[in-house]
Design a binder for this molecule. Structure first.
Ligand SMILES: C[S@@+](CC[C@H](N)C(=O)[O-])C[C@H]1O[C@@H](n2cnc3c(N)ncnc32)[C@H](O)[C@@H]1O
Length: 286
């Protein structure tokens, strides 16, 4: 297996493990960003939407509501257990125009039901920076969208989630030295290239778009024990708990929450950038 395939398999397993607690974060974290992204993208009735790294559907479900029964949403992710949560949520809302499909975003090919010109809308909430070779993967996905179609991403703003993840890595690092030196998501992934309004704006424009808009969704959450621990067990941070037995996880939880208090962390910064743009295709040459 190549490194990229290995990494995607690791992410799938981490997010499958996180699925039990993932939805605890939907009301305060995933949900507001997904709603904001869809609002800014503005898909209309009848539109065909591709939502990659869809998780449990934080942006795919509102997109399905926006496009209505004549539209269609293809919601794809590599974590089967999150997709199942999405299917249940869609059934609860009686949404029949959304397909949750287990597939890798980097190799997704639209089925023949998608118009030849391409999707009307592409949405990626908190996922683009997880894709191997982010720029090339994004360009390929933008290529699946028609001229005049809309594309949008959400990403953590610089500094968001940093304090809480550093605290977790310090605590877990006492047991597992490999984690002590673990770089933050910002340093580990290409997130740092797109986590300021101006850098995200330039990056979206470079993908062959116009009408780029980047808005900041301020999201400062009270650092309750419940939220702090859900951020560990219900997100990609969960990867650092892999290999620990139940007693060790309980000990990490206690030490982590004590460290949050000792460090005076009262607020979790979940501030997010919501970036959208319109696709411009060069005229075809004959
Ligand atoms: C932080 S979650 C965000 C989920 C959802 N968009 C939301 O906002 O709630 C990132 C998601 O990206 C998915 N993911 C990571 N790499 C992927 C890939 N190559 N193809 C498809 N999904 C991927 C993970 O499985 C995970 O569900």
């Amino acid at each position: 297996m190549t490194d990229a395939v290995d990494e995607t398999a690791r992410l799938a397993s981490t997010f499958d493990d996180a699925s039990g607690d993932f939805d605890r974060l939907t009301p305060t974290v995933w949900g507001p960003a997904g709603q904001a992204l869809v609002f800014q993208l503005g898909p209309g009735p009848g539109a065909t939407v591709l939502d990659v790294c869809c998780g449990a559907g934080a942006s795919a479900l509102p997109a399905a509501a926006a496009v209505g029964p004549t539209g269609r949403v293809h919601a794809i992710d590599v974590a089967d257990d999150l997709l199942e949560l999405g299917r249940l949520a869609a059934a609860e809302r009686a949404l029949q125009n959304i397909d949750f499909v287990c597939a890798d975003a980097t190799t997704w090919e639209p089925p023949s039901t998608v118009p030849e010109a391409g999707y009307d809308v592409l949405a990626i909430s908190y996922g683009v920076f997880l894709l191997p070779h982010m720029d090339a993967a994004f360009d390929r996905l933008v290529g699946l969208v028609r001229h005049g179609g809309r594309i949008g991403v959400t990403v953590w703003r610089a500094g968001a989630m940093e304090e809480i993840s550093a605290t977790l890595f310090d605590v877990v690092g006492r047991r597992n030295p490999a984690v002590a030196g673990r770089p933050s998501l910002r340093k580990r992934t290409p997130l740092r290239a797109i986590d300021l309004p101006r850098t995200l704006e330039a990056w979206l424009a470079a993908a062959g778009t116009h009408s780029v808009e980047v808005r900041t969704l301020s999201n400062l959450l009270p650092a309750t024990d419940e939220l702090c621990w859900a951020l560990v067990t219900g997100s990609g941070l969960r990867a650092v708990l892999a290999g620990l037995d139940t007693d060790a996880v309980a000990a990490v939880r206690a030490e982590f929450l004590a460290a949050v208090t000792e460090r005076g962390i009262h607020t979790i910064d979940a501030t997010t950038l919501v970036g959208t743009a319109t696709v411009r295709r060069p005229p075809a040459t004959v």
